[in-house]
Design a protein around this ligand. Structure first.
Ligand SMILES: *Cc1c(COP(=O)(O)O)cnc(C)c1O
Length: 478
C-alpha cells in the first residue's frame, strides 16, 4: 500500500493486478476472434468522452474504460478481410513484447542495457537477409518515412562532405531521381532536407519499372545544367501496384553515375522471405547504399516499427554523431556501450521497438513469416483470377506481388467506373464486409487490395469478391 499521492504507483497492487489480468484476457479474446471485429466508426458520445477529465479516476477505472471505449474502435486491420492501404495485421507475440517493453521502459538512445542488444540482433538479422556487409549499420524508427529522411541525409553527406552539417548546402544544387510512382515519403524527405521537391526528378516508367535509359538522360541533362545529381531511389514494391524496379540494373547505373542508391522497400523488401516464385523481385537490393522498410507492414509486427539500413556504417555515423558532454561515453557502467543509436538517427530518447520484432522472429521464425508472405501473394493472384473470369470486372494492372487493383465494371464510362468503385469501397467498409482502399489507375478510381494480412484465407477472398459483385449490382440498380 502506498497512500502518498505524490507517488504514482497503484495504491493497491492487488487490485491493479486483478484489473490488468482482466484487461489482458479481453485483449486476447479480441485477437483470438479477430474476424468478429471489423472497423466501425466511433460514436460521437464516445469520441467526446475521450476528453481528459479534471481528476484521475485510478487505473482500475481506466482499465474498464480502455476495454469499453477505446479497444472496440480500432482501425480494423486485425480483421482477415482488411486489404486497405498497406496496413500490417499485428501478431499475438506483440501483446507479450509490448507488456515487457512498457514494464522495462528502456531508453534505447544509447548506454549499455538489454534492449540495445536486442535491437542490434534485429538489425544484424535484417542486414544479413538483405545481403549487407558486416560493416553496415541500421536502426529502428517509426516507419519508412523517417527511415528515408535518415538514409537521404547520409547520401547528402556523401555528396557534400562533412561540411554540410556546419554550413548546410551552401548554394549547392542537388538533384535526386525516382520513378513516377514513388511514394510521397521520398518527396517529403527531399523537402525536409532542404533540397526542394522540384529537384526530385520523376523518371518515366516502363511496365511498372523505372525506365533506366530515361533516368540516364535526366541525369546527363541535370549535369549539363550545373546540378549535382546525388541519389536515386529505387522502389521495391510500389504503393499503387506492388511493382519492383530492376534493382540489379539500377545499382549498376548508380555506381557508374556516382549516385547513392536508396531502396524504398517499405513493404516489398520482405518479399525476400517469400517463395522463390516471388523473392527474386527484390534481387539487387543487396547492392543498395541504403534500405528503408517497415516491420509494421509485411512483417505483421504491431505499429509502429520501421528500419533504415546503411551499407557503410562509418558514413551513417558521420551524418548523425553528436556527443555533448552530458552524453559522454564511459568505458564501463550503464553509460558505456557502443554504438549508441542516438549517433545514427534523429531521436535521442527512443523506446524498445526492437522487442516486438525480436518476439515475432523468435516466435514464428523467418520461414513461417515467409510462408505467410508467399500466401499473401498467392491470394492476390487468386483475387486477380476472379476479376479476370468475371464478365465486367477488369484488372488495372497484372498482379505482380500482393496488390490487386481492378475496376468493378469496365463497361461503364471512366467517370462512372470511378464513382462506382469509390462507392463500393465505402459500402464495404461501412458494412464491415471488407476493407479496400482506392487508387487512380490511368484516370480511373479503382478498387485496390494490398494483402499484407496473415489472417486472410481463400474463403475470405471469395466472400470479399461476392460482396464486391453484390455491392456493384445494388449500386447500379439504385
Ligand atoms: C507505407 C509506405 C511508405 C511510408 O512508410 P511509413 O511506414 O508509413 O512511414 C513509403 N513507401 C512505400 C512504398 C510505402 O508503402
Amino acid at each position: 500500500m502506498n497512500p502518498d499521492p505524490r507517488h504514482l504507483d497503484p495504491s493497491d497492487w492487488a487490485e491493479f493486478r486483478a484489473s490488468a489480468h482482466q484487461l489482458l484476457d479481453i485483449c486476447i479474446d479480441r485477437l483470438a476472434n479477430a474476424e468478429a471485429f471489423p472497423w466501425k466508426s466511433v460514436p460521437v458520445d464516445i469520441r467526446e468522452g475521450y476528453a481528459i477529465a479534471e481528476t484521475g479516476m485510478g487505473e482500475t477505472e481506466v482499465a474498464k474504460l480502455l476495454a469499453r471505449d477505446v479497444l472496440p474502435y480500432a482501425t480494423g486491420n486485425t480483421h482477415p478481410r482488411f486489404f486497405g492501404w498497406v496496413h500490417g495485421t499485428g501478431l499475438a507475440s506483440g501483446i507479450l513484447s509490448e507488456i515487457v517493453a512498457a514494464t522495462m521502459n528502456s531508453n534505447c538512445g544509447g548506454r549499455d542495457h538489454g534492449l540495445v542488444y536486442v535491437e542490434r540482433a534485429v538489425v544484424d538479422w535484417a542486414a544479413k537477409l538483405f545481403g549487407f556487409p558486416e560493416t553496415s549499420s541500421g536502426l529502428l524508427v517509426a516507419g519508412t518515412s523517417q527511415a528515408t529522411v535518415i538514409a537521404l541525409s547520409v547520401a547528402r553527406l556523401r555528396a557534400l562532405g562533412a561540411g554540410v552539417r556546419k554550413q548546410g548546402q551552401a548554394g549547392r544544387w542537388l538533384t535526386a531521381y525516382a520513378s513516377q510512382s514513388v511514394h510521397s515519403a521520398t518527396s517529403k524527405a527531399i523537402e525536409l532536407l532542404g533540397i526542394g521537391r522540384e529537384n526530385l526528378r520523376l523518371v518515366p516508367e516502363k511496365n511498372g519499372c523505372m525506365d533506366l535509359p530515361a533516368l540516364q538522360e535526366l541525369v546527363a541533362a541535370d549535369r549539363e545544367m550545373g546540378a549535382q545529381p546525388f541519389a536515386v531511389v529505387g522502389t521495391a514494391g510500389s504503393v499503387d501496384f506492388g511493382c519492383f524496379d530492376d534493382l540489379k540494373a539500377l545499382s549498376r547505373i548508380a555506381r557508374a553515375e556516382n549516385l547513392w542508391l536508396h531502396v524504398d522497400g517499405a513493404f516489398g523488401a520482405w518479399i525476400r522471405l517469400a517463395d522463390q516464385r516471388w523473392s527474386g523481385l527484390a534481387d539487387g537490393i543487396e547492392d543498395a547504399d541504403s534500405i528503408a522498410c517497415d516491420f509494421h507492414k509485411w512483417m505483421y509486427v504491431p505499429y509502429d516499427c520501421g528500419m533504415v539500413l546503411i551499407r557503410d556504417g562509418a558514413e551513417h555515423r558521420a551524418a548523425f554523431e553528436t556527443r555533448p558532454s552530458y552524453l559522454a561515453a564511459q568505458s564501463s557502467g550503464l553509460g558505456g556501450g557502443d554504438p549508441w543509436y542516438c549517433d545514427y538517427g534523429i531521436d535521442l530518447s527512443r523506446g524498445g521497438r526492437a522487442l516486438k520484432v525480436w518476439a515475432a522472429l523468435q516466435s514464428y521464425g523467418p520461414e513461417r513469416i515467409g510462408s505467410a508472405i508467399t500466401h499473401n501473394c498467392e491470394l492476390a493472384a487468386y483475387m486477380g483470377s476472379i476479376v479476370e473470369s468475371h464478365p465486367t470486372m477488369k484488372l488495372a494492372r497484372p498482379v505482380v506481388s500482393n496488390l490487386c487493383v481492378f475496376t468493378a465494371n469496365a463497361t461503364l464510362a471512366r467517370e462512372n467506373q470511378s464513382k462506382l468503385n469509390a462507392a463500393i469501397a465505402q459500402a464495404l467498409q461501412n458494412s464491415g464486409a471488407a476493407v479496400f482502399s482506392t487508387t487512380n489507375a490511368d484516370g480511373t478510381v479503382c478498387l485496390r487490395a494490398a494483402i499484407t494480412n496473415h489472417r486472410t484465407t481463400a474463403k475470405d477472398i471469395d466472400f470479399t469478391m461476392r460482396a464486391v459483385r453484390d455491392a456493384a449490382e445494388t449500386l447500379l440498380t439504385t
